[in-house]
Design a protein around this ligand. Structure first.
Ligand code: PEP
Ligand code: MN
Length: 338
């Protein structure tokens, strides 16, 4: 942590900073410039000390942290890529994993049809929401426990591992019975009680990026799961909120190489929620693979026009099959496989 004094800050003000540091068990290194004094804090656990304890002192211009706020998710802590193993599928390795299926589980027929279609096109994980956290309480909230039972049935019939969202920290164990991968939705990325509960469960998890959160906040949220001893975290970029309104959200493709540099965790991309329109999904999915994503999470519905949720952004089975063929070429071009 670096404390930068204001130009012309007096000796008493500088001393007050030094005394505060000592009282917190920190050493100091003084840098006396011609106009300014900069005090570098040494030793101790500066990560646990609020910058405000210095920022509030008279004569202090700015306090800057040097250490990154995220730790366990950082490549500094673990150099080699994390591989998450789920029901015979590896996420984070050479092979790009495609997770696909409807936004919400609507009926047995809809789910089983979708499962068979995405499987035959080459998807290896089935997605489907049983608990749907909707912006409005009057929108369809998902089939909930009935939806979970249908997901379990789809897994039994197709052999595909399931990814589904959990919204309540007390329901993690219940949802995990029907899920191979738990999903934390964008709106819950900073629901720290939920993250801790998933951390304790040890269950593989797709942690979606909060649509108003920075990469740093996202990795710090991942630390909540990792610190409970659960290493099976898969990050998912799904678009962030910007001034641009021609798409539902703005897919932050830069996040992929940024994460690859900063973290050892696998990162997948959800082009469906970013785009908001099925026409845009293939281009974003291909771009994500080209940019180094370890997988994709794509909404596919047997009959998008009849979908209860997110029909406009869902691919129909033919569109999905075509996209898979294109994705294989892109994957090969960047030295990977699907
Ligand atoms: C979803 O994938 O079902 C979903 C609701 O996405 P998000 O949390 O990214 O909005
Ligand atoms: Mn959806």
């Amino acid at each position: 942590m670096i404390v930068e004094m204001k130009t012309g800050a007096g000796k008493t003000q500088v001393n007050a900073v030094v005394e505060k540091a000592k009282s917190l068990g920190l050493g100091v290194q003084m840098n006396m410039g011609t106009d300014k004094v900069v005090v570098a804090m040494l030793g101790g656990n500066t990560g646990q000390i609020a910058t405000d304890v210095f920022a509030i002192l008279p004569g202090v211009e700015r306090v800057t942290r040097i250490m990154k706020p995220y730790k366990l998710s950082s490549r500094e802590v673990k150099k080699q890529n994390t591989l998450v193993q789920v029901g015979g599928v590896e996420i984070g390795g050479d092979k790009i994993v495609v997770m696909a299926g409807p936004c919400a589980v609507e009926s047995e027929k809809q789910l089983l049809e979708a499962a068979k279609q995405v499987k035959s096109a080459g998807a290896t994980v089935l997605r489907g929401g049983a608990f749907k956290p909707r912006t409005s309480p009057f929108s369809f909230q998902g089939l909930q426990e009935i939806g979970l039972a249908l997901l379990a049935k789809a897994r039994e019939q197709t052999g595909m591992p399931i990814v589904t969202e959990v919204v309540d920290p007390h329901e993690v164990t219940m949802v995990a019975k029907s899920a191979d991968i738990l999903q934390v939705g964008s709106r819950n990325m900073q629901n720290f009680t939920l993250l801790t509960s998933i951390g304790k469960s040890g269950w593989p998890v797709v942690l979606k990026r909060g649509f108003s959160c920075t990469v740093t906040e996202w990795l710090t949220a991942a630390d909540y799961i990792l610190t409970e001893g659960n290493p099976n975290v898969i990050l998912c970029e799904r678009g962030i909120r910007t001034f641009e309104d021609s798409t539902r959200f703005s897919l932050d493709l830069s996040a992929i190489p940024v994460i690859k540099k900063a973290s050892h965790l696998p990162v997948i991309v959800d082009p469906s929620h970013a785009a908001g329109h099925h026409d845009l999904v293939p281009a974003l999915a291909k771009a994500a693979v080209a940019a180094g994503a370890d997988g994709l999470l794509i909404e596919v519905h047997p009959k998008p026009a009849e979908a209860l949720v997110d029909g406009l952004q869902s691919l129909n089975p033919a569109e999905f099959t075509k996209l898979m063929a294109e994705l294989r070429l892109v994957a090969e071009a960047v030295g990977r496989k699907i």
